[in-house]
Ligand binder design. Structure first.
Ligand SMILES: [Zn+2]
Ligand SMILES: [Zn+2]
Length: 430
């Protein structure tokens, strides 16, 4: 037998034994994880205001003997668990924020919290399931800290605020966590994260190599022409007609410039404002829109073509167009590293059962986990939270007052994040 084979066997066998230990410990924590989740659910806090939430997390991590840093990017909490053996640094991430949604579910732990958002009084609800992410990661911290001496490396637990975005003028979320150095000291080698899904059955895991959730750029286009009386259009340069031409031509980007057999893309104009009377041709029109893409190359292509079409169309018609992309927000593509996904797929399969791991289509919504993946290889996957047998088309979607999660899937989340960590470490310690 070759030495490399012996070494391989020596490190694989303990990994299997560790996975069995994880399974036992995660099962024993089932009720505790649900209790944490219900408490978070009943007391949701909006992005950058997760004060109570982060205090509970910090206290729990400290009680496990994990080194804790607080106040990162406003309310972020990071726990560092140094294993007994040398090895890579694996980061695991959960998000902490609720949404300005008024809960309508009949559960006894439904939120009655009210707050203000953007100057309006609103109900607050964990309507995206970030309460489940925190509870699961607290469970993972408990399991892995109990195995500290056998760990081949370091685990960084990242609890971040404001995944859903912040109020205008504020900073926050993963982008700010990265800026404040959360991936350094110790330097993170790889990051894993999950999102519960209200339309995927409990017990299932959804994943996708490469572009998983869309990169987003919002845009502003200002078309300037020359104002005139509506009865004498020949003395105007009509920005409304120019804008109409631009909007129609933008539709050719997806149909003619993107290889639709590879990845989808979206170009949407969501607002158009110009003029105030039937008989006045205005001087300018403002358009707002959003671009969605699944690869950095497509993102570049969308930005280039929108800019070209808007400015050149305006020029051809005697007007000017100013294009700002991104206008106020930008999310990179949530891109699962191809090599890492290939390597970790067997872990997903052995934890959930091969038949329960589903390759899913890309999502044109966005996720700020992408800011970590811009810096280090990462894998982001979806965990089933829909009651068995329900119709996914009828299950209430995320961000709605009836959003509902079946809690029986949490233990699979705990096991999967633990096993990804241990198996990655085992692979790296070969
Ligand atoms: Zn959300
Ligand atoms: Zn979310």
């Amino acid at each position: 037998m070759k030495i490399s084979t012996i070494l391989l066997l020596m490190s694989v066998v303990p990994a299997f034994a560790q996975n069995a230990e994880v399974s036992k410990k995660a099962d024993a924590l089932k009720d505790q994880v649900i209790t944490w989740r219900r408490d978070f659910h009943e007391h949701p806090e909006l992005g950058n205001h997760e004060v109570r939430t982060s205090a509970i997390i910090a206290k729990h991590l400290q009680s496990l003997g994990i080194e804790v840093q607080t106040g990162i990017a406003t309310t972020g909490v990071v726990g560092i668990l140094k294993g007994g053996k040398p090895g890579p640094v694996v980061a695991l991430r959960a998000d902490m924020d609720g949404l300005p949604v008024t809960e309508r579910t009949p559960v006894p732990f439904a939120s009655k919290v009210r707050s203000t958002y953007n100057g309006q009084e609103v109900g607050v609800m964990h309507a995206c399931g970030h309460d489940t992410h925190m509870a699961i990661l607290m469970g993972v911290a408990q399991v892995l800290s109990s195995m500290k001496s056998e760990l081949h490396g370091t685990v960084k637990f990242i609890f971040q605020p404001a995944e859903e975005g912040v109020e205008p003028g504020q900073k926050g979320g993963a982008e700010e966590m990265v800026k404040q150095g959360v991936l350094e000291n110790p330097k993170v080698d790889v990051i894993f994260g999950l999102h519960i899904n209200s339309q995927t059955e409990v017990g299932k895991i959804g994943y996708r190599p490469g572009g998983t959730m869309a990169g987003v750029d919002d845009m502003q286009i200002i078309v300037k022409g020359r104002s005139a009386h509506g009865a004498y259009p020949w003395s105007s340069v009509d920005p409304i007609v120019v804008s109409a031409e631009i909007i129609n031509s933008l539709q050719t980007i997806v149909s003619r410039n993107i290889n639709v057999t590879e990845n989808p893309a979206v170009v949407t104009i969501g607002a158009i404002n110009g003029g105030n009377r039937s008989n006045i041709i205005p001087e300018k029109v403002e358009m707002l829109g959003t671009l969605r893409s699944l690869t950095p190359a497509d993102e570049k292509q969308l930005v280039y073509r929108v800019t070209q079409i808007a400015t050149k169309t305006a020029e051809a018609l005697g007007a000017t167009a100013e294009v700002k992309i991104p206008y106020s927000n930008h999310y990179p593509v949530t891109f699962n590293d191809l090599e890492l996904t290939r390597k970790m797929l067997p872990t997903l399969q052995k934890t959930a059962g091969t038949e329960n791991v589903l390759l899913r289509p890309p999502v044109t919504g966005a996720e700020d986990f992408s800011f970590y993946q811009e810096k280090v290889p990462g894998l982001f996957f979806f965990l089933g939270g829909m009651p068995k047998g329900e119709d996914p088309l009828k299950a209430p979607s995320h961000h709605t007052p009836d959003f509902f999660i079946d809690e029986s899937g949490f233990t699979l989340g705990v096991k999967t994040l633990c096993n990804l960590t241990l198996d990655y470490m085992a692979g790296k310690s070969l």
